[in-house]
Design a protein around this ligand. Structure first.
Ligand code: BGC
Ligand code: CA
Length: 294
C-alpha cells in the first residue's frame, strides 16, 4: 500500500456546508456538484472559471444528466426533472411518500442509463434508507432496503459489478450486476473500515476498475483493487471528504468535495479548506459519465 500526499488545488472557496457528488458533464466540460444542506446545485467550468448555482426547494442529494441539457434531481420529496436554463422543476415520482425523516443522498447512472439513488434517515440513526432505481421509462424500483446511510455507488468498467456504500455500517458492498436487466444480485462485503478509521462515503471506479472511496472523518481517499485490498491511501487536508469523481478533458483530474458540517471551530481552523472542492492528478484516468436515458 502506498501513502501519498497529493499536490492539490482548491477549485472553489471553502464554503460548502455539505459538498457532495462531483460529476463531470461530458458535453459541457463542466463540473457539477451540490451542497446538500444549502439546497444548492453548482456548475463550474474549470477551463474558464465560469461558475453558477441554483437553489432548490429542498435538500438535493444527487442528480443525473440528460441528453437535452436538463437534469434529474433527487430532492427530499423524490425525483424531479430540472431545467437549468429556467430553474423549472417537474415532478417524476416520490418513492418514499411516508418517510418525512428521510432524504436522498448519493446516486449515479448505471452503464445503460438507469438512475440509482439512495436515501437515508436525516438523523443518521435508523436503517430506514433504501436504494432506488429510476428506469428510463420513469418506473421506480427498490433495489435494497434497510440501509443506514446510502452512499457512493458505481459500476466496474465491464458493467458486471455494482459497488454500493452504507456509511453507517462502514461498509462497501459489491453485487453481481446484469447491465441488460438492471438486476443487482448476490450482495457481499467488499471492504469494511474498523471503528475509528472513518466512514466510507462517496465512491467512483476508475478506468482500471479500482475503487476510490472518500473517507469521512478519515481525511483521506482510499483506492481499493477489485479484490477489496487497499492499494493506495491519499491524505487530504480536510477531515470530511464526501465524494470523488474524475473530470477534465482527459478525465485525469480527480475532484473531491468536502464538508464543514459538524466540525468544531478548532477543527475548522486546523482544516480551513473544509467545504472546498479539491482537485489533483492521481496518475490514473476515470471513465466517462453516463447520462440518464429517460
Ligand atoms: C451524508 C452525510 C453523512 C455522511 C457520513 C454523507 O454522504 O450526506 O449526511 O453524515 O455521508 O459519511
Ligand atoms: Ca456521499
Amino acid at each position: 500500500m502506498r501513502v501519498t500526499v497529493p499536490d492539490l488545488v482548491a477549485v472553489t472557496a471553502a464554503c460548502a456546508v455539505l459538498g457532495e457528488g462531483p460529476l463531470w458533464h461530458p458535453l459541457e466540460q463542466a463540473l457539477f456538484f451540490v451542497d446538500i444542506e444549502r439546497r444548492q446545485l453548482f456548475r463550474l467550468v474549470p477551463a474558464s472559471g465560469e461558475a453558477r448555482s441554483w437553489r432548490l426547494p429542498s435538500r438535493i442529494g444527487c442528480f443525473a444528466f440528460r441528453r437535452d441539457g436538463s437534469l434529474v434531481v433527487a430532492l427530499e420529496d423524490g425525483f424531479w426533472f430540472f431545467e437549468p436554463a429556467t430553474g423549472g422543476l417537474r415532478p417524476i415520482v416520490d418513492p418514499e411518500p411516508g418517510l418525512a425523516g428521510n432524504r436522498f443522498n448519493d446516486g449515479r447512472v448505471d452503464p445503460r442509463g438507469r438512475f440509482f439513488a439512495g436515501t437515508m434517515d436525516m438523523a443518521e440513526k435508523a436503517p430506514t434508507g433504501s436504494l432506488w432505481r429510476l428506469d428510463p421509462d420513469l418506473s421506480v424500483h427498490a433495489v435494497e432496503r434497510g440501509i443506514g446511510i446510502s452512499n457512493g455507488i458505481d459500476w466496474s468498467p465491464d458493467g458486471r459489478r455494482m459497488y454500493h456504500t452504507d456509511s453507517l455500517a462502514r461498509s462497501i458492498y459489491v453485487y453481481d450486476y446484469d447491465p441488460a436487466s438492471g438486476e443487482a444480485r448476490g450482495r457481499r462485503l467488499f471492504a469494511q473500515l474498523a471503528a475509528g478509521e472513518g466512514f466510507p462515503d462517496g465512491l467512483c471506479v476508475d478506468a482500471e476498475g479500482f475503487v476510490w472511496s472518500a473517507i469521512w472523518d478519515g481525511a483521506r481517499l482510499l483506492r481499493f483493487d477489485p479484490e477489496g485490498r487497499v492499494e493506495r491511501e491519499i491524505r487530504l487536508p480536510v477531515p470530511r471528504p464526501t465524494a470523488c469523481g474524475f473530470g477534465g478533458p482527459a478525465l485525469d483530474t480527480l475532484y473531491v468535495t468536502s464538508a464543514r458540517i459538524g466540525l468544531s471551530a478548532e477543527a475548522l481552523a486546523q482544516a480551513p479548506l473544509s467545504g472546498a472542492v479539491l482537485a489533483f492528478q492521481p496518475g490514473v484516468r476515470g471513465r466517462p459519465t453516463t447520462m440518464f436515458a429517460g
